[in-house]
Design a protein around this ligand. Structure first.
Ligand SMILES: [Ca+2]
Ligand SMILES: [Ca+2]
Ligand SMILES: [Ca+2]
Length: 452
């Protein structure tokens, strides 16, 4: 009896031990699976949080495109900034970018940088560490011909060196493409921003510990890439969201409908001006309409009557007395609402004076650091931003500078890059989306989409 009880006890003890082993095994496997499950869920949460951030930005952009605020060009920028980071039920997202070494909340306004396809030779030459052979090679890369600039490089140059490719002979499609130009190295183009996401990533701020080499000073020192964009677009939309009036094709009535403060004589004068040879709208900043309509590109001398009209000597008289000049207010409207460009397809984007980078002003436009700082501090104090490029006059740039550089400048932005990091609820998984959006179309157009 005792023996039977003993063996029964042994069986029970064994069974218990065996069950415990099995239970432990199931627990380990279950725990592993749960961990894997949690990781998978966290990854999904992070990715969709990032996606939510991108969608939020796009919907704010689309709303502003439908409901523009012509008197408040900073409205969209502020909306984007306010919503740049949010906690969701299942995760968080966070959108940032670096401009001029400073980190800002919200997407990067691509119009804060000079379009690589708009920058002229003089501008490129102003970049201190870009040698003149690289400047020429950049021009050769994007110009349609195959004629080498004095120290540039066209197809033969690349073929003879076995590089396996030749210049695009068309507009740059990305800033990274600059690295293909002979003499331009990735370190020149990227600086510390090795993944070109306009953000200071951990490997870009740890010195030599991981690639790239960086100064580990908490500041993103971008290369030439920080000055340029290839994606900004000028679609001929004015600050009020309407298409600009093409003076080369518009009627007097169409011009007056767009700008009611203009008389029929003003409108006729603008049409006459648009038919002079190679007219530039910004000439009107320096030259009164009555003179510009005769083809003058510099203002007539105030004394001495007729004659001194610079390059207008080709048969043009100094002024057309039947054309009234524009008041400062009318000039603002004309610069904002009219154009001499035919927008059958988007042109490379202009700089938005409301967002343009200090580095661009200093390194491409060759302003002194003092001029650039004055301008930006004036901009910061203008509560609603600049509604005309003429506002730059109050910020210290004279009419001559504006007439010469106004063609690179505008007060609208169409293209933004959203660099959005999503995190899971437990904070362990992270996903990054980098999306470039043209918000001038309805619905907005995704120009590029990258997942890290
Ligand atoms: Ca070429
Ligand atoms: Ca980076
Ligand atoms: Ca590093």
């Amino acid at each position: 009896m005792n023996q039977r009880r003993g063996s029964a006890l042994a069986i029970v003890v064994w069974s218990v031990a065996l069950l415990a082993l099995i239970a432990a095994g199931i627990q380990v496997a279950g725990f592993r699976q749960a961990t894997l499950g949690r990781e998978a869920i966290a990854r999904v949460q992070a990715r969709w949080a990032a996606r939510a951030g991108v969608e939020t930005m796009i919907s704010l952009m689309e709303f502003d495109t439908e409901n523009p605020e012509p008197d408040n060009p900073l409205a969209l920028l502020r909306d984007l900034e306010t919503n740049a980071a949010t906690e969701l039920g299942t995760g968080t997202y966070d959108i940032r970018h670096v401009l001029d070494g400073v980190e800002w909340a919200g997407p990067l306004d691509e119009h804060a940088r000079m379009n690589l396809n708009l920058a002229d030779k003089a501008m490129l030459g102003n970049i201190q560490d870009m040698m003149s052979d690289v400047v020429d090679a950049v021009i050769d890369w994007r110009d349609t011909d195959s004629d080498e600039s004095p120290i540039g490089a066209e197809g033969d140059f690349y073929l003879n060196r076995g590089m396996g490719y030749s210049p695009r002979n068309a507009n740059f499609r990305s800033v990274a493409e600059l690295e293909l130009v002979t003499g331009a190295y990735p370190t020149d183009v990227r600086g510390e921003d090795w993944n070109l996401n306009n953000r200071l990533d951990p490997n870009e701020d740890d010195g030599d510990l991981t690639w790239p080499e960086d100064s580990a000073d908490g500041v993103l020192d971008g290369g030439w890439g920080r000055l340029f964009t290839s994606t900004s677009r000028d679609t001929g939309r004015a600050i009020d969201g309407k298409p600009k009036v093409d003076l080369k094709h518009a009627s007097i009535d169409e011009i007056r409908e767009a700008i009611p403060s203009l008389s029929a004589e003003h409108a006729a004068g603008l049409i006459t001006f648009a038919r002079t040879s190679n007219p530039m709208l910004e000439t009107l900043i320096m030259v009164p309409l009555s003179q510009a309509a005769t083809g003058a590109t510099t203002p007539a001398a105030t004394s001495g009557g007729s004659g001194r009209t610079g390059r207008s000597s080709a048969g043009a008289s100094s002024a057309n007395s039947s054309i009234p000049d524009l008041s400062p207010e009318q000039l603002r409207s004309v610069l904002n609402i009219c154009t001499l460009t035919d927008y059958t397809r988007p042109a490379p984007g202009k700089l938005n004076v409301n967002s343009m980078s200090r580095d661009v002003l200093v390194h491409l436009f060759d302003l002194s650091t003092k001029q650039a700082d004055n301008l930006l501090s004036r901009r910061d104090r203008a509560r609603d931003g600049f509604t005309s490029i003429l506002d730059l006059q109050e910020a210290g740039l004279d009419a001559q500078w504006l007439a010469a550089n106004g063609r690179y400048l505008d007060v609208v932005s169409n293209v933004y890059t959203i660099s959005c990091k999503g995190r899971s609820l437990n904070g362990l998984a992270e996903a990054e989306l980098i999306v470039t959006v043209d918000r001038s179309t309805k619905p907005a157009t995704i120009l590029s989409y990258r997942e890290n």
